[in-house]
Design a binder for this molecule. Structure first.
Ligand code: FAD
Length: 488
């Protein structure tokens, strides 16, 4: 099948697989070829819409044969794409195969931004392979330093046990990719001691890692990015049995990574933490922070975000236009600047005029939505039909879990792009829930809901319908008032 003209999708992550599955259903008479460097591919299962815009699903890694069995018009090739020729409309793979395409969708994801790329003491977390490397290292560790302040760093800071953690962040507050300083305060008590008691089963997106001997890719391109709940069921224990403690170093980065020999040679002073070390304690590696603190540790985890793999495609002799963040620019039909080439997921930068309450974040949910929508756009293009932007791009809606709490982010949840002209309403019950609402001219622009608030559906509607809420004032968050009754 792959030797005839076909729609080609590159990437076996959630964007590529969602695109392939949707294409298979929408374009029953076309052949579709998924080319992926990773031996296992992602699959979304148990998909549930928990409100109009929030979705819940489990994610598994499956062998590619399952996708081919379920979708008769799909062929999966495990290989790295090494060149794309937009004039001949064909791709060439690392194993020398040439595949002509009618339409091409690039879903090659991103790569972790590593602070020190080739230092064996620094590891990044992106895929199943890197998690298993991390677990093995952690098992023999007394202290790790986490660098970064996004979702992965936040999950690690919470999940790691039996090992001291130093969390170096460049901001004034923790978890700043997702929450502001005020919201971060709610989480601070959970950096030490027992884990959050609410941390039982909860409704949310779940990620399953199926261990597989075949899971390491030899082609150089890494496997698909992990995603929601990647840390659940993955023990993260070090070798010192003591109560959890995370020491946060604010507003700093790593200036230098040094060996024990360099510390001795330069006679540098090492900062001590607690009673775990004395003058004679040696560490495999030392990190000098920009605030001049120097800590020893067993290894460093670099969780400083992702760079879209757009740059890697440019080296495939492709004249693709990239955005400032390195993502491949796509328009509101997921089209790149090159005819017949589309892109979706982490690799792309959504460059259309965004709806007032949407923003792009490189998240699992958006990778799925973009993959599905790109397939619809390809189908419309093949049939010469017009298509309008999918409604999932009207409102940013994301559900995740931090410090054992369900966290829902809606719309401009941090007042993004609203300058200073907005007000904030807050309701907090320590250790139970935290609700923050962003209002502009009396209309709701965004919200952060932490805990089991049950307000997501109502707030989604209020953001979308832009009802004037001025007359409710602070009553909007009065726990004695059932606001669902007002607005449903
Ligand atoms: P990827 O999953 O990166 O897939 C890219 C695919 O392309 C891979 O299969 C790769 O092998 C293939 N590929 C690359 N180059 C080539 C090539 N040249 N030829 C052939 N194939 C190629 N998101 C959330 O929403 N919630 C979370 O809690 C969350 N937690 C995360 C935790 C971790 C540790 C990480 C790393 C990410 C997390 N994310 C989370 C982000 C989420 O996982 C990504 O946004 C999403 O998986 C991106 O999917 P994708 O399909 O665009 O890219």
């Amino acid at each position: 099948m792959a030797d005839t003209d076909t729609i080609v999708v590159i990437g076996g992550g959630i964007a590529g697989v969602s695109c392939t599955e949707t294409l298979s259903t929408l374009c029953k008479n076309e052949s579709i070829t998924l080319v992926t460097a990773s031996p296992l591919i992602k699959a979304v299962t148990n998909f549930k819409q928990i409100s109009r815009r929030l979705e819940e699903f489990d994610v598994v890694e499956n062998p590619s044969s399952e996708l081919q069995e379920e979708h008769r018009n799909v062929t999966v090739l495990q290989a790295k794409v090494v060149s794309i020729d937009p004039l001949k409309r064909e791709i060439v793979t690392s194993n020398g195969k040439t595949v002509p395409y009618t339409k091409l969708c690039i879903c090659t994801g991103g790569s972790p931004k590593l602070i020190m790329k080739d230092d064996p003491n620094v590891i990044g977390i992106r895929d199943t392979e890197s998690v298993s490397q991390f677990q093995t290292k952690l098992g023999g560790s007394r202290r790790v330093i986490i660098v970064g302040n996004g979702g992965i760093a936040t999950e690690l800071a919470y999940e790691i046990e039996d090992c001291e953690v130093v969390w170096a962040i460049k901001d004034k507050s923790i978890s700043s990719t997702f929450v502001d300083a005020g919201t971060a305060q709610f989480f601070l008590p959970h950096l030490s001691g027992d884990k959050n008691v609410q941390d039982g089963p909860m409704k949310r997106v779940k990620y399953t890692v199926k261990p597989s001997p075949a899971s390491s890719s030899k082609s150089g391109a890494k496997g698909g990015a992990l995603g929601p709940d990647w840390s659940l069921g993955i023990p993260m224990n070090g070798q010192v049995q003591r109560s959890r403690h995370v020491r946060v170093e604010y507003e700093c980065e790593i200036k230098e990574i040094l060996s024990l020999a360099e510390i001795r040679q330069r006679n540098l002073k090492v900062d001590k933490i607690g009673d775990m070390e004395d003058e004679n304690t040696d560490w495999p590696v030392y990190a000098l922070l920009t605030n001049d603190k120097m800590y020893g540790c067993d290894f460093i985890v670099s969780a400083t975000g992702v760079v879209p793999n757009g740059n890697k495609l440019v080296t495939l002799d492709l004249d693709l236009k990239l955005a400032a963040d390195g993502g491949v620019i796509v328009n509101n039909c997921m089209k790149t600047n090159i005819d017949h080439i589309y892109a979706a997921g982490d690799v792309c930068s959504a460059s259309w005029d965004w709806a007032p309450h949407w923003l792009q974040m490189r998240l699992w949910s958006q990778a799925r939505q973009m993959g599905c929508y790109a397939a619809q756009c390809i189908k419309a293009d093949l049939n010469d039909e017009a298509i309008s932007l999918d409604f999932c791009f009207e409102l940013f809606a994301h559900v995740t879990k931090f410090f054992g709490y369900k966290v829902i982010l809606l719309g401009k949840f941090n007042g993004q792009g609203l300058d200073d002209g907005y007000e904030i309403l807050l309701r907090m019950t320590k250790g139970v829930e935290y609700i923050k609402v962003i209002l502009k001219d009396g209309r709701m622009q965004g919200a952060i809901l932490i805990g089991e608030t049950d307000l997501e559906e109502t707030f989604e509607n209020l953001i979308l319908n832009q009802l004037d809420l001025s007359r409710y004032g602070e009553d909007l968050l009065d726990p004695g008032i059932d606001i669902d009754d007002y607005f449903d």
